[in-house]
Ligand binder design. Sequence first.
Ligand code: FES
Length: 194
Amino acid sequence: MSNNLANETQLSRKEIARKVGHKCLVSRRNFLISSGIATTTVMVTMNAGTALAEQVPATITTFPRKFVVKLSDLKLDEPFDFVYPDDGAHADSMIVKMGVKAGGGLGPDEDIVAFNYACTHQGGSLVGSYKKDTKSLGACPLHLSTYDLTRHGILISGQAYQSLPQVLLELDGDDIYATGIFGLIFGRENNLAG
Ligand code: FES
């Protein structure tokens, strides 16, 4: 899809959340993003599996890909921390193999996902808060927001009203690369602003 069309049709995550709440699911197919820096519009299925299911456009920002970790080095339910997309504020991120299929999941079991660590409410750090029993991040130490990593980081409970930004991943042999971000990092006007 061209950038012009993307600009014409893009909805912010905030607008999407306001429209349909937090029942946001993106198909794995829609995560196939072209390489390079671009703003791309994908169709997001809202209220999937219900009578209210509908497709709406959503914006994904892609960047030059960055090596994260080797697939063979990931251990079940042990997050690996990295920074993305740069060394600026709120770039702390994590990747984890969860053992259950997840939205946007990478690998043969579609169970590897990556997320930014900054709570979307007021930027509280979620470092070290992964829960293997619920496959979630949180509770945030500031106001207890908790996010579901199997469903694109949607809010489970707490004060936030936007999903956690999900880092888009690509597998090249045994190497896992970050290629973009679905959602806006807390405190940034765009994901590259730092
Ligand atoms: S900053 Fe995380 S819930 Fe408020």
